[in-house]
Design a protein around this ligand. Structure first.
Ligand code: GTR
Length: 325
């Protein structure tokens, strides 16, 4: 009798394991940057954590260097579920997820510490969660330092120096409006086209942080770098809601935990990369303008805030960010 019951049980278990095999998957993740860039390294770290924690059931394969397309295209793929993870800047999300424009607003953060406090806390969580109805699960913010202007024409010391300059921006209405408020001509363009455009004079300048200014070699064709630090728009790691929904609750937790653990790794790599990039740029003899009076830039931002913080909820979000000490 006992033998018979045990036999039936074994058969049932076998059937079950065929019907519900343990979820196992290699997820695809995109990044515009090269393999050695801190954002790529951070997702790589996250992948190795997941691999370890799940005994190889869950892995991440990264496609760096725009192999799967520019950010706009990869974001569309992620929303469609053709791509599982994507590491992008907040800027290309601004146009369809209004909450993401708020931390990308010019001069909203007083310092890196202020930005960390906001984005690591409840407000950051709120902004990540605002992505869910748009097909993206926001997992973590990564550092992006501060974005500043560089160009091939002349040093920028005040908004007056930017008058009529053709400045490349990301695909974000917010960034377009920011340039216009400063008197420049905004030219939205994909990241991968900027080097050629600077070199051939299609644009006069662009704006980015130290590591991107250096890694793209933009510093070779746009020698004046003015540290006005107008935007601290962070990087973000998102997962397709379609891929997320296929995970068990336990695996979702593991993915969240691995993403959070990769943040600190990214931060250390980021700080090192900033130093390395500064050295490379300085030894190329570039002109770095670091004593800038930011006030005239800040003063020009009224219309930009009015346009993008345009609901009571978004206005409140601005206030809450500013109130973080
Ligand atoms: C970089 C950022 C990229 C991309 C790029 C750009 O700093 O890491 O995700 O947004 O800037 O300007 O397009």
């Amino acid at each position: 009798m006992f033998k018979k019951t045990a036999g039936i049980l074994m058969v049932c278990l076998l059937c079950l394991s065929f019907a519900f095999p343990a979820f196992s998957k290699t997820f695809r993740s995109a990044d515009t940057h090269a393999k050695d860039y801190p954002t790529v390294q951070a997702v790589e770290h996250m992948g190795s954590l997941l691999d370890k924690w799940t005994d190889g059931r869950i892995k991440i394969k990264i496609y760096p260097g725009r192999q799967l397309g520019e950010e706009k295209a990869t974001i569309e793929q992620t929303i469609a579920g053709a791509l599982d993870f994507n590491r992008v800047n907040l800027a290309p999300l601004n146009s369809f997820i209004p909450e993401t424009a708020i931390p990308a607003l010019p001069y909203i953060f007083r310092s890196t510490e202020h930005m960390y406090k906001v984005m690591d806390g409840a407000i950051g969580r709120e902004i990540l969660d605002a992505m869910i109805p748009h097909g993206l699960v926001g997992l973590a913010f990564y550092d992006s330092g501060a974005r500043s202007f560089y160009n091939s024409k002349r040093p920028i010391n005040s908004p007056a120096d930017m008058k009529g300059m053709k400045i490349r921006v990301q695909n974000s209405d917010l960034f377009v409006a920011t340039m216009e408020a400063l008197g420049a001509n905004a030219t939205p363009m994909e990241f991968g086209q900027v080097y050629e455009a600077l070199k051939t004079g299609v644009i006069d300048g662009a704006e980015n942080n130290w590591p991107s200014y250096e890694s793209t070699r933009h510093f070779e064709v746009a020698k004046h770098y003015s540290l006005d630090q107008h935007s601290m728009s962070p990087e973000v790691l998102v997962m397709s809601t379609k891929s997320w929904d296929k995970l068990s609750k336990e695996d979702q937790e593991l993915v969240r935990k691995a993403a959070v653990e990769s943040v600190q790794v990214m931060r250390d790599l980021w700080n090192k990369r900033v130093e390395k990039s500064k050295k490379i740029v300085m030894s190329a003899g570039n002109e770095v303008i670091d004593k800038i009076d930011k006030q005239p830039f800040i003063d020009a931002m009224g219309p930009v805030y009015a346009r993008f913080a345009n609901t009571p909820e978004l206005k409140d979000l601005v206030k809450r960010i500013q109130a973080v000490k």
